[in-house]
Design a protein around this ligand. Structure first.
Ligand SMILES: [Zn+2]
Length: 68
């Protein structure tokens, strides 16, 4: 059985995910936590938004797309 992350650990892994690729185990554990925890799930969505914004900046494209 997988060890369950606390919210604090889940947040930490989500942040680490911006800098490095998480291992399969880490991702699985994170997924389990996110499926049970709405607040971390929301945080994960924000992280994904930030990451794609960072990717756009890194690729040198300045897009002014409004998601709304
Ligand atoms: Zn949580």
């Amino acid at each position: 059985m997988l060890f369950l992350y606390t919210c604090k650990q889940a947040h930490q892994k989500l942040s680490e995910n911006l800098d490095r690729k998480l291992s399969l185990t880490e991702r699985a554990q994170l997924k389990v936590h996110l499926s049970m925890c709405r607040s971390c799930s929301n945080f994960s969505t924000q992280m994904r938004t930030i990451r794609s914004a960072m990717k756009q900046m890194a690729s040198g494209k300045s897009s002014d797309q409004d998601p709304s």
